[in-house]
Unconditional design. Sequence first.
Length: 158
Amino acid sequence: MIKQIHIFDLDGTLVDSSHRYRTIYNGDKLTIDFPHWLENCKYFYKDSALPLAKDYKEMLSNPEIYTVWCTARAEPQVKESYDFLKNLLGLPNKFFYRPAGNIESGSILKSKQLKSFFSLNQFIDLPKFFYEDNKDYLATVCKAINATPIYIKSNQGH
């Protein structure tokens, strides 16, 4: 019987993909350089597991914990790296990612996906924990799904 839900961002939280990440100033706001990210996604095999991955892997063997990946990675990036992630981390119970053509902000995308899924009766009253390295995403998503925020400091979040 499921007693807890643990939701994990991937990049900067479970996986170090900083070799393909950089930020740029867009006006006066620091943002992710998406063209650089997309151009370098083919190097996913250089990604490595971060310390939180050890805890995540332990959760996979606990039948009382339902594990979820929720990433703003786009569908083509996910397809290319899926087997790599499966071998590196082990697969969660559920996996959310950015559908092809979707251009919503990551926080809105994640909030919508998770809120819809966790409105199913079997999940409504279960405690949820959301692990994220982007403070803005963390606050928005946790508010949307009534989750406990767990901030993971990384060189990829901002």
